[in-house]
Design a protein around this ligand. Structure first.
Ligand SMILES: [Zn+2]
Ligand SMILES: [Zn+2]
Ligand SMILES: [Zn+2]
Ligand SMILES: [Zn+2]
Length: 266
């Protein structure tokens, strides 16, 4: 579900979650900061979804020059992407469209069924609620597909995942017939029974372990379900996905780099 993150006046980090059915209204408070939802004064901006291309939009309702996206004034409307920087008055926010969340004890999701694997959600499962149609999916069930599983939704999961990981220097590649892992008949290092008995085929999507000393190749759908890399044991994919898709988490650089940083600091 889409989220706005921001820093409160006291330095703590804040989050505001919304949905297409309940879009966020942004107003400028007297002190110059942003206010969310209904309340005093007229809203300056709204985040909604374009009917035609289904992309999130920020609409500057009154042409207020204090409404900016990535530092630029918004005349009319502006398409938002995950990571867009919003400025309303003197408050800065980050826009998150696709977010990962952990099912809390007592959550309304418990007992509901994932449309992909048909298993019920349990507490501590990691889920993604489709930002477009609102259907929840397990993390693994969501990231292994190109589009949202809900017929007619077509939220572009893989394109968004690829773009956000590329921003962290991690490339997902669709294998060509002459890709080295195909010509060398390499197999996915996840060792998933059945699936990984066959070598890589052209057309499959592959992720390489981001630990530069490792670089092991995995099917994208196997890789997104991993915790620590089974080859090097020094790169935790679960931590990476949490750092990219859970708001207000620190960037994850791999266990190796974490250790390196600690030593360098001494
Ligand atoms: Zn599932
Ligand atoms: Zn959907
Ligand atoms: Zn695999
Ligand atoms: Zn590795």
């Amino acid at each position: 579900m889409p989220v706005l993150t921001f820093q409160n006046a006291d330095g703590t980090l804040g989050e505001y979650t919304f949905s297409d059915a309940d879009p966020v209204l942004l107003r400028v408070a007297e002190n110059g900061g942003a206010r969310f939802g209904t309340g005093e004064g007229k809203p300056q901006a709204i985040i909604t979804r374009a009917k035609v291309y289904q992309v999130p939009l920020l609409v500057n309702l009154r042409g207020d020059p204090r409404v900016r996206v990535n530092g630029r004034r918004v005349v009319g409307l502006r398409v938002l992407r995950q990571g867009s920087r919003l400025q309303i008055g003197d408050m800065e926010m980050l826009f998150w469209e696709m977010t990962l969340q952990e099912v809390a004890v007592g959550s309304a999701l418990i007992g509901k069924r994932c449309p992909v694997c048909r298993l019920d959600y349990r507490s501590a499962d990691e889920v993604v609620i489709c930002p477009r149609c609102g259907v929840p999916h397990h993390k693994e069930c969501w990231f292994e597909h190109e589009f949202c599983s809900n017929p007619g939704c077509l939220y572009p999961i893989r394109a968004t995942l690829k773009r956000l990981l590329a921003g962290r220097g991690i490339l997902i590649e669709q294998l060509a017939a002459n890709s080295p892992v195909v010509t060398q008949s390499k197999r996915c290092a996840a060792g998933t029974p059945g699936v990984d008995a066959q070598p890589f085929q052209a057309g499959q999507h592959v992720a390489y372990c981001p630990n530069s000393a490792c670089g092991a190749a995995f099917h994208l759908e196997c890789w997104v379900s991993l915790g620590n890399c089974p080859v090097c044991g020094k790169y935790d994919v679960g931590k990476l996905l949490r750092s990219v898709f859970m708001p207000n988490m620190l960037p994850y650089l791999g266990e190796e780099n974490g250790e390196f940083d600690e030593e360098a600091a001494q």
